[in-house]
Design a binder for this molecule. Structure first.
Ligand code: MOS
Length: 716
């Protein structure tokens, strides 16, 4: 209905417009600017360059929430780096003047692709935000293997991918005295508040971040990227509100990407299909250290997915002259599952064992590397229910054995898993005499339905119809909540909403007992319920409105926080799934079409079937993009991205997507949070790409280990 207002859509009086100017070289130094022509153009208010940019505070590349550079020096570390910001009275005038800015550089030798520095890889300094080590090993590093051992040793690669949310990154910034207000597209208003207050040397309460709706993030809006900071810098210089919208082309250089990965897998199994050893060594791209560090944690999934006496993993980084990579939908698990789940399929084929059966023979009853029990795991049910719904038993295991007319038919499957994350969060609930409630939390709805699920949980607790509960979020003045990343918003925020609603409920019960009349005085609150907007108990019913009148109050409020249980770290916490795919491959043209999909998932308790399914199919479609279409291409000579638009960077569109059947298996996680949810957003992308690659192998007999799967690979 067009009712959702995105960051760029707020109108402030007297608003100026900022446009970014970007480096055209990949490495070197800025020698100087020629701004005479640009400054003379109509409407230009200021041109900010490293020569006149505000000096920022607390510039530490190790600080993960902020990324660099921010016009603080003349060094160029990648092609597309922001080198100037032009502010003018209209967007068109700013764009025209930005095109007239001339930059003089001294170029130095750049590393534009991973292979140019592949042997000089380094160990990540801050792997997985310090929550995991880059390397792991259980059992012998190189166990002695009996004769008859089957081995698979292969390299799997995934390309640079860009998130490409429909809504570009955009910020409107406005200073008033010492108070900075920004309307910005972000997955984390709290993080943006921290980052901006730290950079501008302000108290956090002097920065307000507003983001009522996010038009897709997929990880690209998790950090506070330079354009948001530069918009805030610009508004201070012109003393007017400033809007900065990142263009689609700039979206490829301004807010992260999934880095390229080169993953070596070594599997050994005995002829009965028992894994004897598993190795997963990852090299992945990061930027130059002055820009920051990000390590795609692709081998984390291999540490917990299957049981084996020897499991070893490592992660190394290759520093390249590109912007900082970042989280992208299922960071680590999505790219890592392509490698391990392709290799598992290769091993199953070598063993002549059904791929599901092979996985079941190595089913991890507990997390082998963490050596902890799983908080909950219903993966067996995912395999069984998914296989039944898909008709897996109709699969002839021989590659190239199934046809539909001229088309080769392939059936493939893969396992999915993603960690169940949770962070401290808080929320408040406000109840008024007309029996309507307002839920507030400083979280954000990244398109997953957070508004709806928070209202639902409060309505349930308070015995109110859903239409009487409103949700307010996306404002840093509200009770703080974590970043909407790592699929953890429900697991983190819903328990806080539930606790706040319970706080209001307890107050209502106390009021009923104190003001309900003599027959209520001896009633224990334990026997009371809130139902149909009334307190209900052995002494009768009192409507909420009536109770407010009796107690002479106008409203009730409660604020509550919620955090992971103290024993949460005694468990390995993950969601699981099984992906089943049918593909049709044209044997003459090499064209792959996905024709059927069944995904069965153990994602804990589901709060809302409709929004859950929507997340599941969204993730699966993203996985189709990863398998068949998505790849950011770099010109080796210049380090420039050559397909920085969404006609050359391909994503799965409606015509690529068949009917998708999703199954949610019965599972309530008893550990991760009081509601028993796990998390959905990223899980359905994991395993999607290898399931397609495995189906393509089954259809054609050709194993593709380099994504995306392209026609020329199948015709080779
Ligand atoms: Mo997600 S890639 O943690 O936003």
């Amino acid at each position: 209905m067009g009712g959702a207002k995105y960051a760029a859509e707020f109108e402030l009086p007297d608003m100026a417009h900022a446009v970014l100017v970007q480096s055209t070289i990949a490495a070197g130094k800025i020698l100087g600017f020629d701004l005479i022509a640009a400054k003379a153009m109509p409407g230009v208010l200021v041109i900010i360059t490293p020569d006149n940019a505000e000096k920022l505070h607390n510039l530490k590349p190790a600080q993960q929430k902020v990324t660099y550079p921010l016009l603080q020096n003349a060094d160029i570390k990648f092609n597309g780096q922001h080198v100037a910001v032009v502010v003018a009275d209209t967007f068109e005038r700013a764009t025209a003047a930005a095109a007239a800015v001339r930059v003089h550089y001294r170029a130095t030798k750049a590393v534009t692709t991973m292979d140019q520095a592949f042997s000089e890889s380094v160990t990540p300094k801050n792997f997985s935000n310090g929550r995991a080590k880059p390397d792991s090993q259980i059992g012998e590093t190189s166990p002695i293997l009996p004769s008859g051992t089957l081995r698979v040793e292969q390299i799997y690669t995934t390309p640079i991918e860009h998130h490409n949310p429909m809504e570009p990154h955009a910020t409107i910034a406005h200073w008033s005295g010492e108070q900075l207000t920004v309307w910005t597209a972000t997955q984390g208003i709290s993080g943006a508040q921290k980052a901006l207050s730290s950079l501008f040397g302000l108290k956090p309460q002097n920065v307000t971040v507003i983001c009522p709706y996010v038009g897709g993030g997929f990880g690209s809006k998790g950090n506070t990227w330079p354009p948001a900071v530069l918009a805030a810098m610009a508004t201070r210089q012109v003393n007017r509100p400033v809007k900065l919208v990142v263009t689609r082309e700039q979206m490829f250089t301004s807010n992260g990407y999934r880095p390229r990965t080169v993953q070596r897998i070594k599997l050994a199994a005995n002829p009965d299909g028992r894994l004897l050893s598993v190795r997963h060594d990852v090299k992945t791209q990061t930027s130059m250290p002055e820009v920051g560090e990000f390590a795609e944690p692709s081998a984390l999934i291999t540490r917990m997915l299957y049981s084996a006496p020897s499991i070893g993993t490592s992660h190394r980084l290759v520093q390249v002259n590109h912007g900082l990579p970042t989280y992208m939908r299922g960071p680590g698990e999505s790219s890592g599952a392509f490698a391990i789940e392709s290799a598992m399929d290769e091993m199953a084929a070598a063993l002549k064992i059904d791929p599901i059966d092979f996985r079941l023979r190595n089913y991890a009853e507990r997390d082998p590397t963490a050596d902890l029990p799983f908080a909950s795991k219903a993966l067996r049910e995912c395999y069984a229910q998914g296989a039944a719904a898909f008709g897996w038993e109709k699969r002839n295991p021989a590659p190239r054995s199934m046809r539909d007319g001229h088309m080769l038919v392939g059936m493939g499957m893969a396992t999915s898993s993603y960690p169940t994350n949770r962070m401290p969060a808080s929320a408040s609930v406000h109840l008024t005499a007309d029996g309507s409630a307002l839920v507030r939390s400083g979280t954000q709805d990244i398109g997953t339905g957070t508004y709806t699920t928070l209202a639902q949980v409060a309505a349930d607790e308070l015995g109110l119809p859903l239409g009487k509960v409103r949700t307010q979020l996306g404002d840093s003045r509200l009770p703080p909540a974590p970043v909407s990343g790592g699929s953890m918003t429900s697991a983190s925020v819903v328990p806080a909403v539930q606790a706040a609603a319970q706080g209001v409920k307890a107050q209502l019960f106390a009021l009923a007992i104190s003001h309900g009349g003599f027959q209520w005085q001896s009633v224990s609150p334990d026997v009371l319920t809130l139902i149909d907007s009334a307190v209900d108990g052995p002494a009768g019913r009192i409507g909420i409105g009536q109770l407010f009148t009796l107690a002479k109050i106008k409203q009730l409020n409660a604020t509550a926080g919620a955090q992971p249980a103290p024993d949460a770290n005694d468990y390995s916490k993950h969601a699981f799934g099984a992906q089943f795919v049918e593909v049709r491959v044209d044997p003459d043209l090499g064209i792959v079409r996905v024709s059927r999909w069944v995904g069965a998932f153990d994602c804990g308790r589901v709060l809302n079937a409709k929004t859950a399914r929507s997340q599941l199919i969204g993730g699966i479609i993203y996985g189709m993009g990863m398998a068949l279409f998505e790849e950011t291409r770099i010109d080796r000579n210049t380090g420039r991205i050559t397909n920085a638009n969404i006609s050359d960077y391909l994503v799965a569109v409606n015509a690529d997507v068949p009917e998708i059947e999703t199954i949610i298996v019965d599972s309530i996680d008893p550990i991760s949070n009081p509601l028993g949810t796990k998390g959905i957003g990223e899980l359905p992308m994991v395993g999607a790409a290898p399931a397609i690659a495995n189906a393509v192998y089954h259809a054609t007999g050709t194993r593709i280990r380099d994504l995306p799967i392209r026609i020329e690979q199948l015709l080779a």
